[in-house]
Design a protein around this ligand. Structure first.
Ligand SMILES: NC(=O)c1ccc[n+]([C@@H]2O[C@H](COP(=O)([O-])OP(=O)(O)OC[C@H]3O[C@@H](n4cnc5c(N)ncnc54)[C@H](OP(=O)(O)O)[C@@H]3O)[C@@H](O)[C@H]2O)c1
Length: 332
């Protein structure tokens, strides 16, 4: 059994804990929150008892009561919290994006390897059966691959708070927010896992007054084709995502929350690709992390880490090309 500590008490952590415990390999033992009350509410919402609470990060990581931590705090805090975790001998599962800069990523990558600990970036969609189906199709038809258009744009409930002057974390450079470092991460993962590392990256962003990108268009250039990506947190898009194979096209309802895939053949006949989808979109990643840790499957782990390295590098390149600066860039 892998005992689990968690950081962050928002809905996403509850969803992950439910998925993790569903695997029967993880068991929640400890909760960190800045306030005792939030931690207690979080535990009560899960219907649990006898879970340790910490309101100090040092006390939390000094605990011998958990082996792995799931971190779902604002992006800019991931690095320092994951670093502390690794220094205290804990395996790390950190929400996407795991870091704000490639410098931070490399430090954690090296530290995890030095300590022989796991450092997972939680990119949930790449582990889902529906994504694996797309991946198999791309692999089988690679010779015909001729580009992709990906779209993931959702009006954030926090954009209203932003416009009301409340300065939410996700619209703030201090917390490494913005469209690219949120929904954009899913689209970059799609491209990296399906098509590999691009040769060139360019991001044209609509930058808000706070200095972060509300939306933008990202282009990933490969030797034979382009991947054009639309991302945003300040508007809703209903455009499908598509992958092109000469006359054939694979159609996906979304680039991040993929629930429906269709294939349009040479004659423009459209058929649905049958697949399964779990009610909890984090089930597949939790099961995969549990399996990798339990079986000590270093080969799969290294493959995931390689994706994460490429994704984090692309994010920084894209951000730089758009002139987006985070406070984390100033850290030495
Ligand atoms: N994979 C997915 O499907 C998915 C979905 C949503 C979000 N995410 C990722 O999950 C992470 C958290 O996102 P979120 O929207 O939940 O973020 P958030 O609401 O801004 O913060 C998450 C948690 O961090 C703590 N926190 C908030 N502000 C803080 C501050 N100023 N200083 C220290 N701690 C603070 C809070 O916990 P306490 O008050 O208990 O300390 C809060 O519950 C992000 O990296 C995001 O990309 C992933």
């Amino acid at each position: 059994m892998i005992s689990l500590g968690i950081i962050g008490t928002n809905w996403i952590t509850e969803q992950f804990v439910r998925a993790a415990e569903e695997t029967k390999a993880f068991s929640l033992t400890q909760v960190y929150s800045r306030t005792e009350e939030k931690a207690a509410d979080f535990i009560a919402d899960l219907g649990k008892k006898n879970i340790k609470i910490s309101t100090s990060l040092e006390d939390f990581f000094d605990s011998k009561d958990f082996d792995a931590v799931y971190i779902a705090s604002p992006n800019a805090l991931h690095f320092s919290q994951a670093k502390l975790a690794l220094e205290h001998g804990k395996n790390v599962i950190v929400e996407k994006p795991s870091t704000s800069t490639i410098r931070e990523f490399t430090l954690l990558d090296n530290l995890a390897s030095e300590k022989d600990l796991y450092f997972f970036e939680a990119a949930r969609q790449i582990h889902e059966p529906i994504f694996k189906k797309i991946q198999s199709y791309v692999d089988e038809n690679r010779a015909e691959l001729s580009g992709a258009s990906l779209s993931y744009m959702k009006y954030s409930s926090r954009y209203d708070d932003y416009k009301a002057g409340k300065n939410p974390n996700i619209f703030n450079t201090k917390f490494s927010g913005g469209a690219l470092y949120d929904l954009g991460v899913y689209t970059v993962y799609d491209a990296v896992v399906l098509f590999g590392q691009p040769d060139d990256v360019c991001y044209d962003a609509e930058i808000l007054e706070s200095g972060i990108d509300g939306s933008g268009t990202l282009t990933l250039k490969y030797s034979d084709f382009d991947v054009n990506i639309l991302i945003g947190k300040t508007k809703n898009s209903y455009i499908q995502s598509e992958i092109y194979f000469n006359k054939k096209t694979l159609l996906m309802n979304s680039a991040g929350d993929i629930t429906h895939v269709q294939l349009a053949d040479e004659n423009k006949n459209i058929t649905t690709v049958p697949t399964t989808k779990s009610d909890n979109p984090m089930d597949s990643e939790a099961a995969e992390f549990a399996r990798i840790i339990t079986e000590n499957d270093k080969e799969t782990y290294e493959k995931l880490l390689k994706y994460a390295r490429i994704v984090n590098r692309i994010l920084e390149q894209a951000r730089t090309s758009a002139g987006l600066v985070f406070e984390a860039d100033k850290e030495k």
